[in-house]
Design a protein around this ligand. Structure first.
Ligand SMILES: [Zn+2]
Length: 220
């Protein structure tokens, strides 16, 4: 069942979407849409979560695309991206808080605090919780700076601007270093992820359009 799903070619809806470009998150992934489940994720989807039978990939009645289904009980294994909730904490002085990551991916590089949304919390709660866990700071989430799709990682990253309202910087296994950076002193070459780069850049574009971020290129 490990055959790889590929795009189904041109269709009127696809053509229309293409004409929009990739939307506000168009820069956020380097692989084409419509490529199906990323291989690293497909490797983990072998058996029916309901009855344990081996899943089969293919056409299923009522579904508009090929999917993983259970030949025994009819369960369909839908695969959707997960949401990563992050914040760009801003101090009263107008500086942003970044942490040098203590764990992979991106260990040793700078990023904003954030993590996966839990199933029993709101995005605002996740923003506050993750920021507190990773920095020791209490924030008040404000405007959404951006939403960034990464097809290859099967995630959507949400970035809030967030005002620092309390707490004290506190190192922890996830943060080797916690620092504030003035808008003209952001460590662009040391930023861990594309999505961090885009989020910080988009925040800067709103708050300090006079400052231009340094280019940052990734190999992938
Ligand atoms: Zn089943």
């Amino acid at each position: 069942m490990r055959e790889e799903r590929r795009g189904t070619g041109r269709d009127p809806l696809g053509d229309m979407l293409d004409s929009f470009g990739r939307g506000p998150d168009g820069r956020s992934t380097s692989i084409p849409s419509g490529g199906g489940v990323p291989p690293w994720m497909a490797e983990m989807l072998n058996y029916c979560a309901r009855c344990g039978t081996e899943l089969a990939f293919g056409a299923i009645d009522g579904e508009d695309r090929d999917r993983l289904g259970c030949p025994s009980c009819g369960y369909i294994a839908y695969v959707n991206p997960r949401l990563v909730v992050t914040t760009i904490p801003v101090t009263d002085a107008g500086e942003i808080v970044l942490l040098r990551r203590g764990i992979e991916p991106g260990k040793g590089w700078w990023a904003q605090p954030g993590g996966f949304l839990e199933v029993d919390e709101t995005v605002g709660e996740a923003a506050v919780r993750e920021t507190l866990e990773e920095t020791g700071l209490i924030v008040e989430p404000g405007e959404i700076v951006g939403l960034y799709s990464r097809l290859e990682a099967a995630v959507v990253v949400l970035a809030f601007e967030a005002r620092v309202v309390g707490g004290e910087p506190r190192l922890n296994p996830e943060a080797l270093e916690i620092r504030t950076f003035a808008p003209d002193d952001i460590p662009w070459p040391g930023i861990a992820f594309k999505t961090s780069y885009w989020a910080i850049r988009d925040w800067l574009h709103r708050r300090r359009p006079d400052i231009h971020p340094a280019d940052r290129h990734w190999d992938e």
